[in-house]
Design a protein around this ligand. Structure first.
Ligand code: FE2
Ligand code: FE2
Length: 284
């Protein structure tokens, strides 16, 4: 194994800012026969998670018509699929909302980009009427670049030199990472999510978001791939364009996106992004 890769994989265990109660809630919510009373008990144990869920449940993006003031109410009214989305969003806000070394991203930049791709992915699944993908699109989009949180710490002048050589040979940044580290941020992100018991359909979408043509169940990874591209190109959420960024035309063709669909996705994503981006906790 590439020596750097061994060190990087060890780091997965050290992402400690995730509350144990959130991970426990995810495990419970993965069970089709979940007891929602137990989920409430687990979440209620963590005041930060509880207040984030209530904030999100009352936001115009997730919200119901009436305001929700108790956790039990939120869980009953929103249902297990939405609560899963809110718990993962709450974890993501803690992990992604910080300076990311190596990618030159300041505090909040990766977070904003992740929110933009989450909203775009969910919007695309509705506009394109992709029922299966609609269940996982938001969370896959939100978590797609989570591997950068770990990988960013491993950039040094030697790595940067190797990456710039790969880029000069017209490799994408994603391929250059793989050459330098033996693993790229997409694969690393998927491994991190597996360690948190995030279901495989979600971690696979993250794993293949730069190469969706290689994903067996490719619909969600293709949507995330497409939305990553359109958010960056249309400057929705802050993210400087990675060098040698490419859209896999072959993968995206399967989604049959018309020009009208494309315009609608961009317009609706811009609106929803503005509604949702400020409702999570800011970094301390
Ligand atoms: Fe990425
Ligand atoms: Fe991205």
């Amino acid at each position: 194994m590439n020596e750097r890769k061994g060190e990087i994989l060890k780091k997965i265990k050290t992402v400690t800012s995730v509350p144990a109660s959130a991970l426990r809630a995810i495990k419970l919510l993965n069970d089709p026969n979940v007891n929602m009373g137990e989920v409430v008990q687990v979440i209620a144990y963590d005041p930060g998670l509880t207040s984030n869920i209530l904030k999100l449940a009352n936001s115009s993006y997730f919200g119901c018509a009436r305001s929700i003031s108790s956790l039990r109410d939120a869980v009953v009214r929103l249902g297990s699929a939405n609560i899963f989305k809110l718990v993962t969003a709450s974890i993501a806000s803690l992990v992604l909302n910080k300076n990311i070394k190596g990618y030159n991203m300041t505090s909040g930049e990766l977070w904003e980009h992740s929110i933009a791709v989450a909203v775009a992915a969910e919007t695309s699944s509705y506009v394109l009427k992709l029922q299966d993908a609609s269940k996982t699109a938001f969370t896959s989009g939100l978590l797609h670049d989570i591997g950068k949180v770990i990988l960013g710490d491993f950039f040094d002048p030697q790595v940067e030199q190797e990456i710039s050589v790969s880029l000069s040979k017209n490799k994408s940044f994603y391929e250059a990472e793989k050459e330098a580290f033996g693993i790229n941020h997409a694969e690393l992100g998927a491994r991190l999510l597996n360690s948190w018991s995030i279901p495989d359909n979600l971690s696979n979408a993250v794993r293949w978001h730069h190469a969706p043509e290689f994903c067996r169940d490719s619909q969600c990874s293709t949507i995330v791939h497409f939305c990553d591209y359109i958010c960056i190109k249309n400057k929705i959420g802050s993210q400087t364009e990675p060098l040698n960024m490419r859209l896999s035309e072959q993968a995206v063709a399967v989604l049959k996106i018309s020009d009208k669909d494309n315009d609608e996705i961009i317009m609706r994503t811009r609106d929803s992004f503005e509604n949702i981006k400020d409702i999570f906790s800011k970094p301390k």
